[in-house]
Design a protein around this ligand. Structure first.
Ligand code: AMP
Length: 267
C-alpha cells in the first residue's frame, strides 16, 4: 500500500493507474468506512483512500480538536483491506488559497444539518471538490449515513459536470443498531447505552410526533426529525456528541396513513 503524503506523490501515483475508486474519509476508521472500501474493490481497479480531518467543515472548534486520531490503526486496517494507496494531505497542501475559494450550495445545504452547523456543507463540498480534482477518481464512494451530504455531493457533481460516478453505500451499524460513526468513540458508557435507541425509535413506524417525544424522553436533545424524499432523517445530541441517522420511509408512511402504530419490520 502506497502512502502518498503530498499532491505530487498523488499525481505521480495516479498517472500509473487505470480506473480509480476513491473513498474520502476523516480517519478513525470503522467497519462503515471499510464497507466503502469493499464496494470500491468490486467496482474499481485501484482503490485510493484519503484521510484528512477537514477543518473547514467544523463549525465548533472543540469538535475539531476532539476529533479522534487513530492513524496507525487506520493504516493497518486499510492495508489489510487491500487498499492500493492512501492520500494523507495536510491543510496547506489542500488549501493553498487559505479557503478564499469555496463551493457553496444555497438551498438544501441550509436545511437540516446545515441549519444547525453554519458553513458545514460549504466546507464539505469544497474539500470533496478538491479531492475529486486531485484524485481524478472514476468512482467515488460515500455512505448513506451522511444522507444530506451524499445528496449535496451528487448535486455538485451534476452542477459542475464532474466526470466521476458517485456510488452510495448503505449504513453499517453496530450489533445493537447504532449507526457506526467515528464520534461514537467519544460517547460515555452511559451515553453509549442510550444511543441505540435513536435507530430503534426512527424505525418504529410511529407518528413523527410520537417519535419526537420518545427521542427526547430517552435523553437526547433533538435537532430535527423530518422526512426528505423517501427517507426519515434524524439528528440528535447526547451531551456534546451529535448523532445522525436515517431510514427508508416508505413503509412508515403507509403505516401512518392507515393510522396503525405497528412496528416496521426492517428498515
Ligand atoms: P467520515 O470519516 O465520517 O467523513 O466518513 C467518510 C465516509 O464514510 C462518508 O462517506 C460517510 O458517509 C461514510 N460512513 C461513515 N459512517 C458510515 C456508516 N456507519 N456506514 C456507512 N458509511 C459510513
Amino acid at each position: 500500500m502506497e502512502i502518498l503524503k503530498d499532491i505530487s506523490a498523488l499525481r505521480l501515483w495516479r498517472q500509473a493507474q487505470t480506473k480509480v475508486g476513491f473513498v474520502p474519509t476523516m480517519g478513525a476508521l470503522h467497519a462503515g468506512h471499510l464497507s466503502l472500501v469493499e464496494e470500491a474493490k468490486i467496482h474499481s481497479e485501484q482503490v485510493l483512500v484519503s484521510i484528512f480531518v477537514n477543518p473547514t467543515q467544523f463549525d465548533q472548534v472543540a469538535d475539531l480538536e476532539k476529533y479522534p486520531n487513530t492513524l496507525d490503526a487506520d493504516l493497518k486496517k486499510l492495508k489489510t483491506a487491500g487498499v492500493d494507496a492512501v492520500f494523507l494531505p495536510d491543510f496547506d497542501q489542500l488549501y493553498p488559497d487559505d479557503y478564499r475559494y469555496q463551493i457553496s450550495e444555497n438551498d438544501f445545504s441550509m436545511a437540516l444539518c446545515g441549519a444547525h452547523r453554519p458553513g458545514h456543507f460549504d466546507g464539505v463540498l469544497t474539500v470533496v471538490m478538491k479531492l475529486l480534482q486531485l484524485s481524478e477518481a472514476n468512482q467515488a464512494y460515500f455512505g448513506e449515513k451522511d444522507y444530506q451530504q451524499l445528496r449535496l455531493i451528487r448535486g455538485m457533481v451534476k452542477a459542475f459536470f464532474l466526470n466521476v460516478d458517485i456510488i452510495a453505500c448503505p449504513i453499517v451499524r453496530e450489533a445493537d443498531g447504532l449507526a457506526m460513526s467515528s464520534r461514537n468513540l467519544r460517547l460515555t458508557q452511559e451515553q453509549r447505552a442510550i444511543a441505540p435507541q435513536l435507530y430503534q425509535i426512527i424505525r418504529s413506524g410511529h407518528s413523527i410526533e410520537r417519535m419526537q417525544r420518545a427521542i427526547e424522553k430517552a435523553g437526547f436533545e433533538l435537532d430535527y426529525l423530518t422526512t426528505q424524499g423517501d427517507r426519515l432523517l434524524v439528528a440528535a445530541s447526547l451531551g456534546e456528541i451529535r448523532l445522525i441517522d436515517n431510514v427508508p420511509y416508505d413503509n412508515l408512511v403507509s403505516l401512518n396513513k392507515n393510522n396503525k402504530h405497528t412496528k416496521v419490520k426492517q428498515a
